[in-house]
Design a protein around this ligand. Structure first.
Ligand code: GLU
Length: 395
């Protein structure tokens, strides 16, 4: 799906050069920003269910810590490579700066396809990786979080593995955790909420009425699925197409979140949703819709398809979905692109609130960050504003 011919690290450096020129930044500062400060490569063994031992490769790249501890997610994907993780780490540095939270930028990843692994295998892989990277992470050093194919479940294993080594519970080492071990209300849907807020503001400024506006969403993980829910529920927009890694669906009359989500829960994919026609991950990008939300992987809009994007607003829920060349083409075509480092920054923003709550051992209600104390034991409070009990596997 993502164009592997485009190297995300090179893309990141091109963007730094362009932004640096515009800002008149010192050449030396630009060099600093183009180099990750520290990279850890780990090869580690995992006992598979059939009794064999498999070696996995993982990374943790720490890009910059000038503004605070390193911060950024961990992704599991068969196409993870070091240059991708380097770019993602740098984007976290810009992202935390854009929203003004006191963090630097980092990212981690394991080359693995968890969709082909059992839960036990994923747990053993996660715990061993956590143990390997524990030498560089910590609540005041580097705080990981979920990313592609990871969720609260994996965060809980990582927190536990780290805590086991220290001998006491350290929730502040990681964010995106389940609520009952120090997660934050609002975190699971935070990335999507930030994304739809950005779309709302863009619509206001361009005179678009989001009520009834058509929308297509590429990617139906945590970001894409919650974006569907929120844009439909809060703005009355009509989502006509969605895709996931297995394929996609389209229905010009609209796809309702509750039904699509229930279908995905039941079958493992959006594919085959009753009443819909199939659509590919490539074709969804070129639909004539008001709002396009690429919420999957990087480099999906390149110079090859940028000229065919017909959406009025593109909200980057994914990190790096648009290449530098594609950006220029869409700018010329008056497609308004809401850049990832702003559009998907809601996730790390609430990660920051989670971390602050963990460090203070003081937990807030969802509507009063920094304000009202709630007991971790009061289960009736553990309901997200999306109206559903927050379970860490549910986007
Ligand atoms: N993986 C998410 C991102 O790319 C969240 C990072 C975090 O919460 O630290 O922004």
């Amino acid at each position: 799906m993502a164009d592997k011919k485009v190297n995300p690290f090179e893309e990141m450096k091109k963007m730094v050069d362009m932004a640096g020129k515009r800002l008149g930044l010192d050449a030396g500062v630009l060099e600093v920003l183009k180099h990750p400060k520290r990279e850890l490569h780990v090869n580690f063994p995992v006992r598979m269910d059939d009794g064999s031992i498999k070696i996995f490769t993982g990374y943790r790249v720490q890009h910059n810590e000038a503004r605070g501890p390193y911060k950024g997610g961990i992704r599991y994907h068969q196409n993870v490579d070091i240059d991708e993780v380097r770019a993602l780490a740098a984007w976290m540095t810009w992202k935390t700066a854009v929203v003004g939270i006191p963090y630097g930028g980092a990212k981690g990843g394991i080359i693995a396809n968890p969709k082909t692994m059992s839960v036990g295998e994923i747990e053993r892989m996660t715990r061993r990786y956590a143990s390997e990277i524990s030498i560089v992470i910590g609540p005041h050093k580097d705080i990981p979080a979920p990313d592609v194919n990871t969720s609260g479940r994996e965060m809980a294993w990582i927190m536990d593995t780290y805590s086991m080594q220290k001998g006491y519970s350290i929730p502040g080492v990681i964010t995106g955790k389940p609520l009952n071990i120090g997660g934050s209300l609002g975190r699971p849907e935070a990335t999507s909420r930030g994304l739809v807020f950005c779309v709302r503001e863009a619509a206001k400024r361009t005179g678009m009425d989001l009520k009834g506006a058509t929308c297509a969403i590429q990617g139906y993980g945590n970001v894409g699925a919650f974006a569907h829910k929120l844009i439909e529920r809060d703005f009355g927009s009509k989502v006509i197409a969605v895709t996931d890694s297995k394929g996609g669906i389209i229905n010009e009359k609209g796809l309702r979140y509750d039904d699509v989500w229930a279908h995905k829960q039941k079958t493992g994919s959006v594919v085959g949703f009753p009443g819909s026609k199939p659509i590919s991950n490539e074709a969804i990008l070129e639909l004539k819709v008001d709002v396009l939300l690429p919420c999957a992987l990087e480099n999906v809009i390149t110079k090859d398809n940028a000229g065919k994007i017909k959406a009025k607003i593109v909200g980057e829920g994914a990190n790096g979905p648009t290449t530098v060349d594609a950006d220029a083409i869409m700018w010329k075509n008056k497609v308004l692109v809401l850049p990832d480092i702003m559009a998907n920054a809601g996730g790390v923003t609430v990660s920051y609130f989670e971390w602050v709550q963990d460090l203070a051992n003081y937990f807030w209600t969802e509507d009063a960050p920094g304000g009202r104390f709630i007991s971790l034991l009061s289960s009736e409070k553990r309901v997200s504003s999306c109206g559903s009990p927050m379970r860490y596997h549910r986007p």
